[in-house]
Design a protein around this ligand. Sequence first.
Ligand code: IPD
Ligand code: CA
Ligand code: CA
Ligand code: CA
Length: 276
Amino acid sequence: MLEWFAIDLIKQAGEYIRQQIDERYEIERKTGKGDLVTEIDRAVEQLIVDRIQDAYPNHHIVGEEGISTGPADLTGTVWFVDPIDGTLNFIHQKRMFAISVAIMIDEVVEYGFVYDVMADELFVARRNQGATLNGRILPAIREHYVRDAFLSMNATWVTPNRQIAPEVLAPIVKDSVGTRAHGAASLELAWLAAGRVDGYITMRNMPWDYAAGKLLVEEVGGRVASLYGEPIRYDGKTSVLAGSETFVNDVVKHYVIAKGATPEVRPDLEIQPQAS
Ligand code: IPD
Ligand code: CA
Ligand code: CA
Ligand code: CA
């Protein structure tokens, strides 16, 4: 029931984006030149929020653009909504962005949906019932070590940044088969679940970026943790390390802990680079 409602909603939002993508729309800067929001992001979130509030007035919504006032805590039913994940791709490439929606019930994510709007690929995960891509069941994830993994990771994290010392992640880039920066966290996790990449690493994601994709990865037998191997929380910013159990263990043990990188204490605090 909830699943079909969500799918219908996401497909409607996708259709709206496809209609608007070649039209003129306003673009605003949020925190900087790489952090933009368009009027389409806001309109899509509004459309999704209106429909959820109409059908389920008791549900809460945590959306990136803050159209709905979020809940005080994560009890009851909470929707995590990213109306356009990969806004830079949406603006510049007109493809490789997704609508990401997750439904959490009593603090457990029960459903995850990632919709690649331009490719018309809908990834759906239902907790303990597996994951599908356009209705086809996704097979179990294949085990990989870093040395035989094809990775999705943004180059930012191996340049000086406020989250991690570049020398922690640089050896992973060097040892892996290859890295790609796809620019849409939810899609990168969905592609991991579909076996198109073998690992995903980022130092800064929000729950609306990863909640749906995390369930997709878990439902094919993969693991999603912080870079330090800790469970992921849903109350703020976090690093995300995703892949097979073998891959995640390999990264945590042989790269992160081996480098003495410090775990995040609070997800809302930024990690300062290690002294070199
Ligand atoms: C961003 C994308 C990007 C990730 C950022 C996200 P947005 O989402 O998922 O790949 O690296 O952390 O904020 O802003 O395009 O929805
Ligand atoms: Ca954004
Ligand atoms: Ca996002
Ligand atoms: Ca977004």
